[in-house]
Design a protein around this ligand. Structure first.
Ligand code: 3HC
Ligand code: NAI
Length: 701
């Protein structure tokens, strides 16, 4: 195997090339190779400048995250960078692709930086639960000041090279195809102009920022608000604030200490799990076999909440859309909904008015005649949640759509196999379950029916990519992955409320855990009538052992459906964000508790969250065992992107692993003493405990 880092001399310039696919991450071999090459090149008397470049699609993308949490092996990255910066030969980094995290820190430790105009640079470590720990929190503020540095490092978003030039983090840009040649020419220029060796660590221009207490306080408050519950952005502020007041070597030592503290946190573990799950989730069997079909034009049946949102999502991805509605008035209303959503995009600066007008006039069309769908490649049905209505729509699609067109249903709960079996081409059918608002929410459940063809599934994943959504493969069952699991922990929330907890305490406890909303706020937002209809639909099939609670239906019977009616669990006023608690709701709950002869008990916030998540994890284990979710990570992704589970906890299955599965089973068995029908530990959970395994062991398939 050839070494991942080599160097060769071209005249007076030593060129170090890092070639470690896919992204030149700084694993041990790369760190060691980089240092060895830099020292050897510097020792060559004929060398006047050292150019660091990368082969392949990108400059160094950062530390090798797979090494996180494992024992550290020298040379460590901060030492490698310090030694490179200390060299007495000019060192230049030539950046293409993305220079991120430790990769950008290597560049900041170089004496000069040239980047391709299309390159992106950044310090995204806080998104992984750490901060730039190889000098980034010290060299960046020394180069561009504490405020700019923290506005880069706190959120961790990459920036364009042009922006980095403005901040003085990049010295030179090139638009030529060959970054290596541009780097060589730049080195030559620096040699000829006798450019001095310039070390970021010795830049004193911004050291005074250390005294700017109010700046640090403002940023701490801002980050606390923006990154609720996350420790890394706060620790990053601390490293900059303390480091600017220290001599550089001490500042680096302090940075190291604070960085290692973050390495040990569950947040780091959770965020890295989420990072890898983001990449694993699209690796599904059908996508490996099937070749995506073309996706040039999409049909959407229904212009209501979901149909309009789906059409908007497609238009935002520049895919032309044909909307079908049942009559002209409904079609006009659908058009208005789409138009309003695009106006929102213009208001938020996401697109120009001209672009919006062009989308509505040229990329969107509507009809009440299914013949308008003759040429579309894929149709998404989003009509009323009723099997007969869905089947009648699919019969029309079967009649009018061209051969090879994919026919998808956005149903939330209905049996996609039954829909597929009702037409002549079941292989072309699958579920595409979007979340509301469909042009905003990232999750797309791809519901694979019994007969769905591999290329149909592959096309659904390709569509998600175009729409910039996260596709999760799901099997057919009532509620698929997300809504089925949600149903279970919502029941648990209702039980706790009937047992004595106020819905407001429950919402607060769940938010303190990291969810953006509690289940009752969420119900008010989505519309309490939706759950009411589902409960009515399932009433006849309920197992007699299942506990039912009365208060939730009683609230619906008042016509209190949540935000859309101004009242639900909370009261809402027009133009005011959020709602206020309602004594009337508490009175209904108390009455239904009395009717059920329940004596109210109190639960601590910890107990509330423990029960709530136990219900989630237990049903998720069933969903995995039944093959509805392919792997635990698919449940994690569903929860992160569709249900507001805090990313820094990795996902509920990762969280369960961190709590310990035996503890989860122990809790469930304790609750089962109160209700042994609802609280039955999932067989998979018990099996994993017996085998001393965790959910993550099932992700490696
Ligand atoms: N370490 C290990 N593996 C990495 C990696 C890293 N830093 N970055 C990417 N990979 C892996 C991915 O897991 C993926 O593996 P797979 O093919 O087995 O799924 C493969 O490289 C390709 O990655 P992507 O699919 O993400 O490729 P893209 O071209 O879409 O994106 C990228 C490239 C923008 C570089 C993106 O991978 C990325 O954002 N990477 C992470 C960058 C980052 O966070 N860097 C900071 C690391 S922490 C650090 O540096 C600490 C330091 O301060 C001490
Ligand atoms: P909606 O009531 O807002 O819209 C349904 C639209 O379908 C109406 O505009 C109606 O005129 C149209 N329609 C009804 N029958 C039709 C027919 N035969 N031909 C053409 N158009 C017809 O409903 P919503 O909320 O958009 O839901 C649609 C589907 O999406 C349902 O299956 C629902 O379960 C599912 N869904 C809903 C979510 C939500 O949060 N509202 C989330 C995810 C899925």
């Amino acid at each position: 195997m050839s070494p991942p880092v080599i160097w060769n001399r071209e005249g007076e310039i030593a060129v170090i090339t890092i070639d470690s696919p896919p992204v030149n991450a700084l694993g041990h071999a790369v760190r060691a190779g980089l240092l060895e090459c830099a020292l050897a090149a510097a020792a060559d008397e004929a060398v006047k400048a050292i150019l660091i470049t990368c082969a392949g699609r990108t400059f160094i993308a950062g530390a090798d995250i797979r090494e996180f949490g494992k024992p550290l092996v020298e040379p460590l990255l901060p030492d490698v960078i310090n030694q490179i910066e200390a060299l007495n030969k000019l060192v230049v980094a030539a950046i293409h692709g993305t220079a991120l995290g430790g990769g950008f820190e290597v560049a900041l430790g170089s004496h000069y930086r040239i980047a391709h105009a299309t390159a992106k640079v950044g310090l995204p470590e806080t998104r992984l639960g750490v901060f730039p720990g190889a000098g980034g929190t010290q060299r960046t503020p020394r180069l561009c000041g504490a405020e700019v540095a923290l506005r880069i490092m706190g959120p961790g978003a990459p920036m364009a090279a042009t922006q980095a030039v403005k901040h003085g983090l990049i010295d030179e840009m090139t638009e030529g195809d060959d970054i290596r040649s541009a780097g060589l020419a730049y080195c030559q220029k620096l040699i000829e102009t006798k450019a001095p060796i310039r070390r970021s660590s010795e830049d004193t221009a911004h050291l005074g920022d250390a005294k700017n207490t109010s700046l640090f306080e403002t940023l701490e408050a801002e980050f606390a608000q923006k990154f609720k519950g996350e420790v890394a952005p706060q620790q990053c502020v601390r490293s900059v604030r303390e480091g600017l007041a220290l001599p550089f070597a001490e500042a680096i030592a302090n940075e190291r200490k604070l960085f290692l503290e973050l390495m040990d946190t569950p947040q780091r573990e959770g965020l890295i799990h989420a990072f890898f799950s983001d990449r694993q989730v699209s690796k599904i069997p059908e996508a490996k076999i099937g070749q995506a079909r073309p996706l040039n034009c999409i049909g959407v049946v229904g212009g209501g909440t979901m149909g309009a949102g789906i059409a908007t999502a497609c238009l935002l991805a520049n895919i032309p859309v044909v909307t079908i509605e049942r009559d002209q008035a409904a079609l006009d209303a659908g058009r208005e909904r789409i138009d309003a959503a695009l106006v929102g995009a213009v208001k938020r600066g996401k697109m120009t008015q001209e672009h919006k007008d062009a989308l509505m006039n040229r990329s969107w069309s509507g009809s009440t005649d299914y013949a308008a769908l003759a040429d579309v490649d894929l149709v998404i049905e989003a009509v009323f949640e009723n099997m007969d209505v869905k089947k009648s729509v699919f019969a029309e699609l079967d009649k009018y759509c061209k051969a090879g067109a994919i026919l998808a249903s956005n149903t939330s709960y209905l049996d996609v196999d039954e829909i597929a079996a009702s037409i002549s081409r079941p292989k072309d059918v699958l579920g595409l379950h979007f979340f509301s608002p469909a042009h905003v929410m990232k999750l797309l459940e791809v519901v694979v029916a019994k007969e769905s063809a591999n290329d149909v599934v592959a096309t659904a994943f390709a569509l998600a990519k175009k729409l910039r959504k996260v596709a999760v493969r799901a099997g057919v069952c009532d509620g698929f992955i997300g809504n089925r699991i949600l149903g279970n922990y919502l029941k648990c929330a209702y039980y706790m409320v009937e047992d004595g907890v106020s819905p407001y305490q429950l919402d607060r406890a769940v938010k303190a855990f990291g969810y953006p909303m509690g289940p009752f706020e969420m119900g008010d937002l989505a519309g309490l009538d939706i759950g009411w209809a589902t409960r009515k639909r399932k009433a006849d099939t309920l197992d007699p052992r299942e506990r039912t609670v009365a208060f939730i239906d009683k609230i619906c019977e008042q016509g209190w459906f949540g935000q859309k009616t101004g009242k639900g669990f909370y009261a809402y006023e027009k133009g005011v964000r959020g709602g206020t608690e309602r004594p009337e709701v508490l009175a209904i709950i108390e009455a239904s508790r009395a009717e059920a002869s329940i004596t109210a008990k109190s639960y601590s916030d910890e107990e509330i969250v423990e029960r709530y998540l136990s219900a989630l994890i237990n049903e998720a284990a069933n969903v995995i065992e039944e093959g509805i979710a392919l792997r635990p990570l698919d449940v994690d992704q569903t929860s992160l992107y569709g249900y507001g589970f805090p990313r820094w906890r990795g996902g509920p299955m990762k969280y369960a692993d961190m709590v310990g599965l035996s503890k989860v089973v122990e809790n469930i068995e304790r609750y089962a003493k109160e209700d042994d029908y609802f609280w039955r530990a999932a067989p998979l959970l018990k099996k994993l405990v017996a085998d001393h395994r965790n959910f993550d062991s099932l992700n490696q398939v």
